[in-house]
Design a binder for this molecule. Sequence first.
Ligand SMILES: [Zn+2]
Length: 68
Amino acid sequence: MRARTCLKCREYIIIHTDNPVSQENVKKFEKIHLGHSVVTADYFEIKEIYKRFDPNKKVDEEKKTIRI
Ligand SMILES: [Zn+2]
């Protein structure tokens, strides 16, 4: 399994190439980490070091920020 990984934020998202929802989430991830050092890595190499990216959580945080 492979994962898009941001070396700056220490976050990753697993790539499921056959899953359209996953592809949307990967796009979201890349948008958020635009300009950072985003690489494709092996999930088993990075899972202990990096934090899993939660696309739904990020959306909630964005909504809260807008309300404030
Ligand atoms: Zn980042």
